[in-house]
Every structure is written in structure tokens, then in C-alpha cells.
Design a protein around this ligand. Sequence first.
Ligand SMILES: Nc1ncnc2c1ncn2[C@@H]1O[C@H](COP(=O)(O)OP(=O)(O)O)[C@@H](O)[C@H]1O
Ligand SMILES: Nc1ccn([C@H]2C[C@H](O)[C@@H](COP(=O)(O)OP(=O)(O)O)O2)c(=O)n1
Length: 226
Amino acid sequence: MESVIVAIDGPSGTGKSSTSKAVAAKLGLSYLDTGAQYRAITWWMLRNGVDVADPAAIAAAAGKPGIVSGTDPAAPTITVDGTDVAAPIRTQEVTSKVSAVSAVPEVRHVITELQRSIARAAREGIVVEGRDIGTTVLPDADLKVFLTASPEARAARRSGELKGKEASDLAATRQALVARDAADSGRKTSPLAKAGDAVEVDTTDLSLQQVVECVVTLVEEKRAGR
Ligand SMILES: Nc1ncnc2c1ncn2[C@@H]1O[C@H](COP(=O)(O)OP(=O)(O)O)[C@@H](O)[C@H]1O
Ligand SMILES: Nc1ccn([C@H]2C[C@H](O)[C@@H](COP(=O)(O)OP(=O)(O)O)O2)c(=O)n1
């Protein structure tokens, strides 16, 4: 069977990672979490004392970290200069700085080229999830999906992941999420946006399983139609 490229974009908490991993596993495709790559470069900047409020300093360092993504959907990995950063890239510190770092054009250039080379190397095909995959990284993708969900649903999903935290965190989670959406949608270089030819799926009232089935069906329809 010919290789297939699927782009899944949308804001935080819409289900991109869970959906993409499950779809890739079901269809025997590779999987790439591009947000993890932006988190990894942000982690490296913080670790190496780069002032993340200074776009020129970020730009000058953008090519330095060696980021490697493992694309098995059953066990995705991410390393920076050989160090496993899967856990440290999820800290609050990284989450709060990632939008600023990923808005710098030099960072986007480096990471976009890396993403394209990973997609080219995937023999069976790949599911790539992020913010600008359908619009900028892989505009020729076979299928583009744009996931949405209400801010309330997204905040509830995210705070459900923070074990042991109190319900009062929900409001703070929602606020941080909406602020990050605004930063990611408002930046100049390849903002979070729905591609004109993307299929929009509102996941607010759908289970993860329903979303996965919907995307698998869309991929199968695309394959049958060519
Ligand atoms: N349709 C859904 N219904 C309920 N919970 C979901 C759904 N899709 C994802 N989730 C849960 O919401 C959280 C965020 O999902 P994730 O895939 O990480 O989103 P994103 O990658 O878009 O930020 C996870 O805990 C996931 O299990
Ligand atoms: N293709 C992408 C993917 C992520 N980013 C940036 C913007 C996002 O706020 C951060 C983190 O992305 P990630 O997908 O890990 O976000 P969530 O934790 O799922 O909310 O990276 C981007 O600019 N372009």
C-alpha cells in the first residue's frame, strides 16, 4: 500500500496526541509529536541559560540542540543531545515558555526542516500532530484534520491529568490554556490555524474512541479514493 501522510492540528487539549497515536497504531503508521520538539528546544534554551525573553538570543542558539524523535506510536521518544527529555519537557516551566520560543522564525525553520525529513523517511506513512502541519510543514498531506473542543472541555481534560491537584486548579488551567492559544494563533510565523482543506472535528462531546474511529474512516476514504 502507498504511504500516507496525515496532518492533525488544533489547540491544546483537543486530543491531538491521543488521537494521533491511536490512529497511527491502528494503521501501522509512524507518529510524530511536533509539540514535543518545540518543548525540547525550549527545555534546552532554559537549561543553557538562554534568555527566552530575547528573540535574538533564541535565534542565535536555534541550531545548536540536537533533537531526535522516535516515531513508534506505541513508544514515542524524544532526546536532546542524547539525553531523554520526555519527562522534563512537560514541566510547568517549559509549558509557560514554549509559545515564546516557538514564535521565533529561526526556531520554526530548524524544527520544520527536521519534521519534513522525518516525514520523508517514514516508509509506510506518518501521522504528524501540531499547530501548523497542514498549513506550513506538510501542505501536501493526504489528509488534514483540525481538532477543536470547548475551552471548558479542554481545561477539564488537562486538569484531569494533574493527579492529586484540587478542582480549583481548573480555572487556572483554563486561563493558561486560553492564553497559550492566543499566543500560538497570534504569532506572525506559521500560527495555529486550520488549513483551507482540513476537515474540522469538534471533539467536545465525542469520546476518544469516537474521534479515533472518525479519523481512521477519513484516512480509509482518502486511500480508497485514489
Ligand atoms: N475525545 C476525548 N474525550 C475525553 N478526553 C479526551 C478526548 N481526547 C483526549 N482526551 C484526554 O484529554 C487529555 C488531552 O489530550 P491530548 O491528546 O494530550 O491533547 P492535545 O495533544 O491536543 O493537547 C488527555 O488526558 C486525553 O486522554
Ligand atoms: N507544530 C507546532 C506544535 C507545537 N507548537 C508550540 C505551541 C504549543 O503551545 C507548544 C506545545 O505544544 P504541545 O502540542 O505539546 O501542546 P499541549 O501540551 O498539547 O498543549 O509548542 C508550535 O508552535 N507548532
